[in-house]
Design a protein around this ligand. Structure first.
Ligand code: G6Q
Length: 556
């Protein structure tokens, strides 16, 4: 049995679960009119209401005991101090240095990295301002009107969620696209609507070796050259963001237009680095810096606030409560904001790539559940799709509901409707509907006794479904920066409690090499038999279509 499962704090929570598991939140609210004041906290304009959780003062105390037992404060110090806490790759984890607006020295291997960080930020400012002002022009003197980011995973999802959610701040006349998928459709469909003369490609890849990104980058380069026919023009239309400067140069990118970052920045934590270049291009450097400032605010809060008032810690420990004691398998992210529709996908990578691990820091298989399945959708759309399962399904899905107090688009009653739906859902999930309430409703509708008996059980809702509500004044770069950093630190805290390394991704690396052999097999005519029978069968089935009439088709 692992030390964690054997530990006093874990066992105390286990015993407490038995005490509390049948208590309904409805009664907790009835018994304590101060519950909202007690279980909510503010930071800047962000309010976290966690009162609709299956907790009491005792639960929170025990969860914080577990956090202290796991030495969250010590590990937090190690991360901020640049210690190589990414133990399987021997790397520091310093995305916090990228947004260190205090400029206090941050040391990696005895060197202050802030000079390099600030130099790249200055390079991003210089370049983005030249593009946005029209000083930087395409090869024939046209102004840049379209930015296409080519990258995948961490080199795509972060800048994409920020650009999408801040689109009202974008420069007029400037468009941005994110191309990630190896499926050519993604690139082809994007290129259909653009012209090379006013398009700037940002090739974003930490390694500059990721197959999908390199494939898209080379296809984009070919498209450009086929239309423009001038190699020299590449330098005006292709820039790169990478830790691998040499590979970017080899691709043909002018070294002055390669934006560097470092191996102490993990892919899914990289939007704060030069990977944020598309953000600066599209929204302007001042807004990018606001985003960094918001994240830095949250870093200070995470580093300094007592655990009991620390938003990332509270969210993390509530997640552990459901994941490990209620056996909840998943966690929902429901942004009631169309601008934040990409947030579930972004957090899916952040959380599932970080904490989707089975082996602990000591190399042993864990005997407890680690990271949950993250999923969700923007409201109110989700209500008309999968919320049925949240209300009446057999699986618990603790969820975060995020909503701005004020809309960016104050049009008629839209925001009032959106807002009331958000609150009505969390209220209904918490309260449920009792048998007597369902009965009274049906009686008021004038239903007969026989009709009522037939359906009443279906109209009863258990309730007692936990949610957090995260409300902020309005969606600004600063608030978004703070929210994203809040989730990063939540994931960090959970990883520490579970004693896993949240900063490697061997599953992703495995995926990067897996396809190689099959790719070779697909290129040759004739059946293969070197895999399992399913893989052989699937390879051979595709070949049947591929090699038929090949001479009349372009090979792919
Ligand atoms: C993130 C992962 C992964 C990575 C992509 C792209 O933490 O490592 O999502 O970001 O595989 O990698 P490159 O940036 O090296 O192309």
């Amino acid at each position: 049995m692992s030390d964690l499962i054997n530990s006093p704090a874990w066992n105390a929570l286990k015993a407490h679960y038995e005490e509390i598991k049948d208590t309904h939140m409805r009664d907790m609210f009835n018994d304590d009119p101060e519950r909202f004041e007690k279980f909510s906290t503010n930071f800047n304009d962000i309010l976290l209401d966690y009162s609709k959780n299956r907790i009491t003062d005792k639960t929170l105390g025990l969860l914080m005991d577990l956090a202290r037992q796991s030495d969250i404060e010590g590990w937090r110090g190690k991360m901020f101090g640049g210690e190589p806490i990414n133990c399987t790759e021997g790397r520091s984890v310093l995305h916090v240095a990228l947004r260190n607006r205090s400029n206090q020295p941050v040391m990696v291997d005895g060197e202050n990295v802030m000079q390099d960080v600030n130099a790249v930020l200055a390079q991003i400012r210089g370049f983005s301002e030249r593009v946005r002002s029209g000083e930087w022009r395409g090869y024939n003197g046209e102004r840049i009107k379209t930015i296409i980011n080519i990258g995948i995973g961490g080199s795509d999802l972060g800048p994409k969620v920020v650009c999408e959610s801040m689109s009202p701040l974008a420069q007029r006349g400037l468009k941005i696209h994110f191309v990630s998928n190896a499926d050519a459709t993604h690139l082809v469909e994007t290129l259909k609507f653009v012209v090379p003369e006013n398009t700037l490609f940002v090739i974003s890849s930490k390694s500059f070796a990721t197959q999908e990104t390199m494939l898209n980058a080379h296809s984009a380069r070919k498209w450009f050259l086929d239309l423009v026919g001038n190699e020299k023009a590449i330098a005006r239309h292709f820039v790169a963001v990478s830790t691998n400067i040499e590979a970017a140069k080899e691709f043909g990118i002018d070294p002055r237009n390669v934006f560097e970052f470092w191996d102490w920045v993990g892919g899914r934590y990289s939007l704060w680095s030069a990977i944020g270049l598309p953000i600066a291009l599209y929204l302007g450097m001042d807004h990018f810096e606001e985003l960094l400032a918001g994240a830095h605010d949250m870093d200070r809060h995470f580093a300094e606030a007592p655990l009991e008032q620390n938003m990332p810690v509270i969210l993390a420990m509530l997640g552990i409560w459901y994941n490990n004691f209620f056996d909840a398998q998943s966690h929902g992210i429901m942004p009631y904001s169309q601008y934040l529709q990409g947030l579930p996908a972004y957090l899916q990578q952040l959380d599932m790539e970080s904490n989707g691990k089975t082996i602990d820091r000591g190399g042993h298989r864990v005997d407890y559940l680690t990271g949950p399945i993250i999923w969700g959708q923007s409201g109110t759309n989700g209500q008309h799709a999968f919320f049925q399962l949240l209300h009446q399904g057999t699986k618990p899905v603790p969820s975060d509901f995020l909503i701005p107090a004020l809309s960016q688009n104050p049009l008629g009653l839209h925001h009032r409707v959106l807002f009331s739906n958000c609150l009505a859902q969390t209220k209904a999930l918490m309260l449920g509907k009792k048998y007597t309430e369902a009965l009274a409703e049906m009686e008021a509708e004038g239903m007969s006794k026989a009709e009522m008996e037939e359906v009443i059980q279906h109209k009863v809702f258990d309730g007692n479904k936990p949610t957090n509500t995260i409300m902020f004044e309005r969606l600004t770069p600063r608030t978004l920066g703070a929210i994203l950093a809040m989730y990063e630190h939540k994931v960090f805290v959970q990883g520490i409690v579970w004693n896993i390394n949240s900063f490697d991704q061997w599953g992703v690396e495995y995926g990067k090499v897996l396809a190689g052999q099959i790719q070779q097999d697909l290129a040759q005519p004739g059946d293969v038999d070197n895999h399992d029978s399913s893989t052989n069968g699937l390879v051979n089935y595709r070949k049947k279509f591929y090699f038929k009439n090949l001479d009349t088709r372009k090979p792919d």
